[in-house]
Design a binder for this molecule. Structure first.
Ligand SMILES: *[C@@H]1O[C@H](CO)[C@@H](O)[C@H](O)[C@H]1NC(C)=O
Ligand SMILES: *[C@@H]1O[C@H](CO)[C@@H](O)[C@H](O)[C@H]1NC(C)=O
Ligand SMILES: *[C@@H]1O[C@H](CO)[C@@H](O)[C@H](O)[C@H]1NC(C)=O
Ligand SMILES: *[C@@H]1O[C@H](CO)[C@@H](O)[C@H](O)[C@H]1NC(C)=O
Ligand SMILES: *[C@@H]1O[C@H](CO)[C@@H](O)[C@H](O)[C@H]1NC(C)=O
Length: 435
């Protein structure tokens, strides 16, 4: 998953420290119930899809047996609507006994036995967003203890039914309470999403010190409009968001909806590519029991995952917005490599976008380029003009190797990259993980 190389760390990223629990040095990956399953508690009529231990066991089995876990997808995360409406006699949260007859601890054991991890959900307010018991200030310690006792590995703390003053106390307090349990529990904070996601209301320095990841913006829905809306908000505010991210502390644009109902295959590749550029957590919310092989191959694309998981953990950015409605994104990667995404916002037909690496401010040199979704490889001089054909609402995504010296033999044809031949020069070989 990681490039086997010496890491070059820009000074800017040495100065800030993440929450000191050692977790999530690269963006977390796994599965999260919310977007696809919401608050479906109707197990009588919808036994396969209701929020119950069976659903999480099914997804755990799929992660373990269908090649997901080996690629890094190892969290199985419960969201809202898992608990009973009442706390138990000792004042502790308890799962709904009908839907989770085995209890959460047994579910955690089931996952751990398969090399997976369990995430659970709570809310800073009096109630969760779905109307279940919340974890307000006076319940923080007891709930953190309960999660640790259940051997939970991650906790998402939502913000419904709480105000700004309570959140300012509650989110840091929960961080302390989780730490005090002695169990490493990754901590996902919805706090910024409830405060508009931007300074001065949101202090990203502080978030990086108390949380491993945080939701900055609204919930994703099963539609391309929703994905675009999120991408645009993250791009518009990238100068604030990029410095906030790094190993152990991630901006979270929300779940991957690839494999659901709202996205075409082009759009699915676009979500995968841009989530990789954004160093986003990769939590799928879909049905792994019935997912199509096309959607699966996008989610299991090793190169896209490797870019997402780059150990430097620098969040990438929108570098160019063309009048033609092509947008170019770049993410710096370890070993002086980079990822490029050409993204079409057009709605007419495939667009032939012409540029050169020099125009994208790459330094002089010869680069090896690996096309993430077609697996073509080619060599490209910085000055060489090339054309990429980008489909409507689709992407072309490249891994670009570190530059090698000039005057290597050139394998592009009339400046065109698509369909070009392989090149056997190994001067700047692509890390083996991709081949
Ligand atoms: C708790 O915090 C301390 C100091 O920040 C850190 O060294 C330790 O690993 C943390 N423990 C857990 C379980 O998160
Ligand atoms: C927030 O809620 C608390 C009650 O929990 C209340 O005392 C306080 O006045 C509220 N603050 C604001 C700013 O609304
Ligand atoms: C943000 O949080 C950091 C760390 O807790 C703190 O040092 C800094 O003063 C805060 N900034 C603002 C503007 O409140
Ligand atoms: C990255 O590039 C810089 C300057 O161009 C160079 O000093 C450094 O050694 C390179 N790092 C690696 C890991 O190749
Ligand atoms: C390239 O660098 C120039 C000069 O710093 C800058 O104006 C331009 O926006 C950059 N272009 C891209 C695509 O980053």
């Amino acid at each position: 998953m990681h490039f086997p190389v010496v890491v070059f760390v820009p000074a800017l990223f040495v100065a800030t420290f993440a929450l000191d629990n050692g977790l999530m040095r690269t963006p977390p990956m796994g599965w999260l119930a919310w977007e696809r399953y919401r608050c479906d508690i109707d197990c009588e009529h919808d036994p396969k899809n209701c929020i119950s231990e069976n659903l999480f066991i099914d997804m755990a089995d799929r992660l373990a047996e269908d090649g997901w876990r080996e690629l890094g997808y190892d969290y199985v995360n419960i969201d809202d609507c898992w608990s009973s409406k009442e706390r138990d006699k000792q004042g502790r949260l308890q799962p709904d006994p009908k839907r989770f007859p085995g209890g959460i601890k047994k579910l955690a054991r089931y996952l751990h036995d398969r090399g997976l991890k369990l995430g659970i959900y709570g809310d800073m307010g009096t109630l969760t967003c779905g109307g279940y018991p919340g974890t307000p200030l006076d319940k923080i310690e007891i709930d953190a203890q309960t999660f640790a006792e259940w051997e939970v590995d991650m906790f998402k703390y939502d913000g419904c039914y709480s105000n700004a003053t309570e959140q300012e106390r509650g989110y840091p307090l929960m961080s302390k309470a989780l730490n005090a349990t002695g169990r490493p529990i990754a901590y996902s904070c919805s706090w910024p999403a409830y405060q508009g996601g931007l300074p001065p209301k949101v202090n990203y320095t502080q978030l990086g010190q108390i949380c491993n990841l945080w939701r900055n913006y609204g919930d994703i829905q099963d539609s391309w409009d929703s994905v675009l809306n999120i991408i645009d908000w993250f791009s518009e505010n990238q100068d604030v968001l990029i410095p906030a991210a790094g190993p152990g502390r991630w901006n979270d644009p929300d779940m991957l909806i690839i494999g659901d109902f709202g996205l075409s295959m082009e759009q699915s590749r676009s979500q995968m590519a841009l989530w990789a550029i954004m160093a986003a957590p990769l939590f799928m919310s879909n049905d792994l029991r019935t997912i199509s092989s096309k959607a699966r191959s996008i989610l299991q694309n090793k190169m896209a995952i490797s870019i997402n998981q780059d150990p430097l953990g620098i969040q990438g950015k929108l570098i160019l917005k063309e009048k033609s409605n092509i947008e170019v994104f770049l993410r710096p990667l370890s070993n002086n490599a980079s990822a490029l995404v050409f993204f079409s916002r057009r709605t007419d037909m495939p667009y032939r976008y012409k540029t050169s690496l020099a125009k994208l401010n790459y330094t002089t040199g010869s680069y090896k380029v690996f096309n993430v979704f077609t697996e073509e490889t080619m060599t490209l001089k910085d000055s060489a003009e090339f054309v990429v054909s980008v489909n409507p609402s689709g992407v072309v995504m490249w891994y670009v190797s570190p530059p090698a010296k000039l005057n290597l033999h050139q394998f592009y044809n009339g400046g065109k990259l698509l369909g070009s031949a392989y090149d056997d020069d190994d001067e700047n070989a692509i890390p083996r993980v991709f081949l």
